[in-house]
Design a protein. Structure first.
Length: 728
């Protein structure tokens, strides 16, 4: 992968200068020293000059060596076009290096020229003398290009498969031709950020021989409510405590924004020292109490990219430490951490490895934690689109500073170039943030720049159609009311919305209302339809957005039953023990389940009033059965009022005794009135049928008496309806 991100911010390449023969000309030796020491920007000028002199002497071996190093220098500072020209020149010089096709393919891939990249990868794989250790890199490159072309086929890569598209915007008012990167949110409102930049007004006059840019300083910029940059725009922190003639970058803050941690890397000529993490206090807007964190025993190791957990108890960082306190590196750069000791008021001196759940044999860098608790980092050791990709891990519920498995954020956050150092914020349900990417800019450059991203709230829509239960025809001018429903408290909240159906029985499609949404995330909704002379007999229609992570359109058909005022409505079966008005609730009959029918009827139709009739069979005297039926009607009445919370003024309990037997359809298809005389026919011949028919007579029925109940004007209920009469 492109090493630019390491060169810029983290690991200064030193030592290991290729030994040169004394027979080499001085200008060749000087160019080689710059290249081998990692000073690629300065090396380009010297290599180009040396190549011109060598070409005049027609020394083919030196021409091949210098041209290849020139191509590598361009590639390693992300100048892929010039690198391609030099790699192809190597081929013209007949350089027998099987890696040439691989490097050419890599340049094409980083430039999104996938057809050319695939062709060169294929040529590389056909070369029997190739470095076969690169075969896996080629395999991953093919998968990444295919994935980039087909963003929906992300499951194989454990990508974020919630199918929500991030809006990504190049920050034109922040980025310059310099390197701009490593954003951190710098205040509680989330409208000010710090970032690192190599722009011309950074401290000092020296330039980094690796990149040709100024050494990096920390800058700040604020935003207006419409996300535009506030005047005067980006400005360097005027603090010699923070910004120096060295590289400063990668900032994080404690939860109160009173202490700032940042990375400081030595100049390129100070090879024996690695990067370090520093911290400063912020007092009345000033930086003070500068202190270097002692996180390594060997100063040649680098530590950087600090990240504080929201409780300020854990400092995560990236490092090339090989081992510490018994923990070993997994390879490349790993994520390590130290914890804060409240008693000593200090950080542990022995870093611990974050573990194989996050670290790989590749490089893991730039950890950060969003306001929602998500843990982010960049890695080139996992499946991705190319170079460094950004991964996130959801926090583990009820476990402090623990996160789930890493998930690739996918396109368009990640690209075929390096993408890293994300800072995410969450404000009033809107998720947004910033990240650094080396993807190609409009001017053709591949420099690190800052991008803003946002994840628009999930859009849920709702349309309801109301139909006649009997005819299935649409019902016009039905009123449909939608209530947010608290499933834990079990009550309907007040933030309702409603509308009327058109001639097709459909409501409007409820989606957005100004800046608000009708249907919100992680919420349940109850839908009630009503119209005069119709009843909603079914249970409450409900929709739920809990655990939904993508846009969804809800369509809900609801049927209303036409009211026939002259006819009573039979309820499901309710049974009572002989001569009692308590409900049978056992394996033979769950009467209270049947009574929920009445509860739902009244709840789903909040403006109706009913007469509630209870009947008995013909056994016992008429006067006895009259009192028994009244008590049974009162038992149902009390259940609805006391247990289900129905307004007592909407119900009138009436006992019918044995006077109005039910009807049923006999085996001949004839409707029969279940008189005592008819039922007695089966007393001896079919005892089960005899008992069944008596049970049918012991029924509860309902008649709708009005559809305009008004809780403000309705008279009080009769208190006698709450009292049972004694049986005589």
């Amino acid at each position: 992968m492109n090493k630019l991100v390491y060169i810029l911010l983290f690991f200064i390449i030193g030592g290991n200068v290729h030994a040169q023969g004394t027979s080499e000309p001085k200008y060749v030796r000087e160019a080689n020293i710059l290249f081998e020491s990692g000073k690629y920007f300065d090396a380009i000028e010297n290599l180009s000059s040396a190549l011109e002199k060598v070409e005049k002497k027609n020394n083919i071996d030196l021409k091949q060596e210098l041209t290849l190093k020139l191509a590598e220098s361009y590639r390693l500072i992300a100048n892929y076009e010039d690198a391609l020209d030099r790699y192809k020149q190597c081929q013209l010089y007949d350089l027998k290096n099987p890696d040439l096709n691989f490097f050419i393919a890599e340049c094409h891939r980083m430039m999104n020229e996938y057809d050319e990249a695939r062709e060169k990868y294929d040529e590389f794989l056909k070369d029997p003398s190739r470095n076969r250790q690169r075969d896996k890199d080629v395999e991953m490159a093919f998968k990444a290009m295919n994935l980039y072309d087909n963003h929906d086929e992300a499951n194989e890569f454990d990508f974020d498969n919630k199918k929500r598209t991030y809006d990504v915007e190049y920050q034109e008012d922040i980025n310059l031709s310099a390197y701009d990167m490593s954003v951190s949110v710098a205040n509680k409102k989330g409208n000010t950020i710090y970032f690192a930049s190599s722009r011309e007004d950074s401290f000092g006059s020296e330039r980094d021989p690796i990149t040709g840019e100024k050494y990096m300083d920390i800058y700040e910029v604020s935003f207006e409510k419409d996300n535009t940059v506030s005047p005067p725009g980006p400005k360097r922190l005027e603090s010699d405590v923070v910004n120096t003639s060295q590289n400063e970058s990668s900032v994080c803050f404690d939860k109160k924004f009173k202490t700032m941690y940042f990375t400081r890397c030595p100049k390129a000529d100070v090879k024996e020292y690695g990067c370090e993490i520093w911290k400063v206090d912020i007092v009345d807007g000033e930086f003070t109490n500068e202190e270097q964190m002692n996180l390594t025993i060997d100063p040649s190791f680098s530590v950087g990219h600090p990240c504080l957990t929201p409780d300020d108890k854990m400092l995560i960082f990236a490092s090339d430490i090989k081992s510490s306190g018994g923990d070993k590196s997994f390879g490349g750069r790993d994520l390590w951490y130290v914890t804060y000791d409240k008693k000593s008021k200090s950080w542990d001196s022995i870093p611990k490895n974050l573990g194989p759940e996050y670290n790989t044999s590749g490089n893991e860098l730039f950890p950060s934690i969003g306001k929602s608790g998500k843990f982010f980092f960049a890695s080139d050791g996992r499946k991705g689109l190319g170079g460094l990709d950004i991964f996130y891990c959801d926090p583990v519920k009820d476990q402090e500073n623990r996160w789930g498995k890493p998930i690739n954020m996918g396109y368009p956050i990640n690209s075929t170039s390096n993408d890293y150092d994300i800072a995410e914020w969450d404000s009033k349900g809107e998720i947004y943030g910033f990240f650094t990417s080396e993807r190609r800019r409009k001017d053709g450059e591949y420099k690190p720049n800052i991008y803003r991203y946002s994840l628009p709230p999930i859009l849920f829509t709702l349309k309801v159609q109301v139909l006649d239960f009997d005819t299935k025809e649409p019902i016009e001018e039905a009123i449909v009311t939608v209530y947010p429903y608290d499933s834990i408290k079990g009550n309907i909240e007040n933030q309702k919305f409603e509308g009327y159906t058109n001639d097709d029985g459909n409501t409007q499609t409820w989606a957005e209302k100004g800046n608000k949404r009708y249907i919100n995330k992680d919420q349940q909704y109850v839908i009630v339809a009503s119209k005069e002379n119709y009843l909603a007999f079914s249970d409450r229609a409900m929709i739920s957005t809990i655990n939904l992570f993508e846009d969804q359109n809800f369509y809900m058909p609801i049927s209303l039953v036409p009211i026939k005022p002259e006819k009573e409505l039979r309820t499901p079966e309710v049974r009572y023990p002989l001569n009692q008005w308590t409900f049978i609730n056992d394996e033979t009959c769950m009467s209270k389940d049947s009574l929920l029918f009445l509860s739902d009827l009244l709840t789903n139709n909040p403006f109706i009033t009913i007469d509630l009739f209870s009947h008995t069979d013909s056994r016992s005297s008429a006067s006895y059965n009259q009192v028994l039926s009244e008590n049974r009607a009162k038992a149902v009445y009390k259940f609805l009022v006391e247990e289900k919370g129905i307004d007592a003024r909407r119900i009138q309990p009436i006992g019918k005794g044995e006077a109005e037997p039910a009807t049923w359809i006999d085996e001949n298809g004839q409707e029969v009135v279940l008189t005592e005389r008819y039922i007695n026919k089966f007393r001896s011949s079919d005892r089960a049928k005899f008992e069944l028919l008596h049970q049918i007579n012991r029924r509860t029925t309902v008649r709708i008496t009005s559809q305009n109940f008004d809780s403000e004007t309705a008279p009080e209920a009769n208190p006698d309806w709450m009292e049972f009469k004694p049986l005589r």
